[in-house]
Design a protein around this ligand. Structure first.
Ligand SMILES: [Zn+2]
Length: 406
């Protein structure tokens, strides 16, 4: 069914004139898919900033397609601006819609730690013998000329490659098959410099597709006057291309302000789309909550290079022998404590840069900080009396202590 739809979409693509956005993501069958997270330990805290480690797989058949690190970075900047409502063009959202606009408090980093725990740039480059890829996910498999997915519970995978036709990109939805999970973007619609081509050179194709990855539908619900399951986006008859002038009223507009065509989930040009709504924010953040398909991202610390455990990835050749492991050793006192806690190294290993978190008995993070010195004093003033777990570091090398607040 999906394959047939993709074929139809590809055919459909040829009927559009040049310069129109084509998104292959099929959101018509979105269910509120929930997976029981294997490692799920905690729920999102109210409005906490959710960090998403990103790996960009650059697949190139010629040198032009091997886009620069700077071009990749330009895309990361756009993602962070758009999801944090720091995009300068948010100021030009029509006044009526401004009150609906949201800072989603979701951020992105290029991964600093790879799935094996090694330092990484978060960019994987691979030559491919394929001159183009179809929307059949071949780019997600090394054996098919692509590059294998990194653990989709901890990384947002983005493949940048040459997509057949003029489709700009597509995404999987929350709860999809793990080894296909991620976002695919055409190499000339990624970032804001280098090979990015107008009118899709403001990085908004990726903003749009990443929002699909977090469960958002197209704003018209992929049906005539359909629903996107978000309450504060006005119903609209169908998609908009290029950039309509405001207001653009259609047959099912609820009022004279018409379509929210400046929403990232319409199909307008990059310099026309500018906002998510509060409702879209809530929907996207819900996939990270307990029982949400992407809950495990709350335990992903791949944005923090101090969690890497081995040397850098070599350019070919065998992996280097791992460094002999020196173990961090700490004491935490006084315990029980009233206001302040000391975290002190008891050997020569400096814990500076390690993440320290305090979890309540439900596994919710109540306090988070970074150790700065061999001895760090913390003051977790928001804790009620009770028993907590203090954890320093991540993964197998994490140290945990039971602490009691009096
Ligand atoms: Zn789309």
């Amino acid at each position: 069914m999906r394959f047939i739809f993709l074929l139809l979409s590809l055919c459909f693509a040829f009927h559009f004139g040049f310069g129109q956005r084509v998104c292959l993501t099929d959101t018509r069958e979105v269910k509120s898919l929930s997976l029981t997270p294997e490692l799920g330990l905690r729920d999102t805290l109210s409005d906490e900033v959710i960090m998403i480690p990103v790996v960009v797989h650059v697949l190139y058949n010629n040198s032009a397609q091997n886009i620069s690190d700077a071009q990749v970075m330009s895309q990361l900047i756009v993602l962070n601006e758009d999801f944090r409502m720091q995009n300068s063009d948010a100021a030009s959202v029509p006044d009526y819609f401004k009150s609906f606009a949201a800072d989603t408090r979701i951020q992105f980093c290029l991964a600093k730690v790879d799935p094996q725990g090694r330092p990484t740039s978060g960019i994987v480059r691979r030559y491919t013998y394929r001159e183009f890829f179809l929307g059949d996910d071949g780019m997600k498999y090394t054996a098919a000329g692509g590059d294998d997915t990194w653990d989709n519970r901890r990384y947002l995978n983005i493949w940048v490659c040459n997509l057949f036709g003029r489709s700009l990109g597509y995404s999987t939805l929350p709860g999809s098959q793990p080894d296909r999970d991620g976002v695919v973007i055409n190499w000339d619609a990624f970032g804001t410099i280098g090979t990015a081509r107008a009118p899709f050179n403001k990085g908004r194709t990726t903003t749009h597709e990443v929002a699909h990855w977090m469960g958002l539908k197209h704003i018209w619900g992929d049906q005539t006057c359909g629903s996107d399951d978000v309450d504060d986006t006005p119903q609209q008859e169908t998609f908009n291309f290029n950039c309509p002038s405001f207001p653009h009223v259609s047959s099912c507009s609820p009022n004279t302000y018409g379509d929210m065509f400046m929403n990232f989930m319409d199909l307008t040009n990059d310099d026309c789309m500018k906002m998510f709504t509060q409702g879209q924010k809530a929907k996207m953040r819900s996939v990270f909550a307990i029982n949400g398909a992407r809950n495990n991202f709350l335990q992903s610390f791949a944005c923090d290079s101090t969690n890497s455990t081995a040397g850098p990835i070599p350019d070919g050749g065998p992996l280097p022998e791992p460094e002999p492991e020196v173990t961090l050793s700490l004491k935490v006192y006084p315990n029980p404590f009233v206001q302040t806690l000391k975290i002190e190294a008891t050997n020569d290993v400096n814990p500076a840069g390690k993440t320290v978190v305090i979890l309540d008995i439900y596994g919710r993070i109540m306090y988070k900080s970074i150790l700065a010195h061999p001895v760090t004093i913390i003051q977790p003033s928001n804790l009620q009396r009770g028993i907590y777990v203090l954890r320093v570091g991540e993964g197998k090398s994490a140290l945990t202590f039971k602490i009691v607040k009096q």
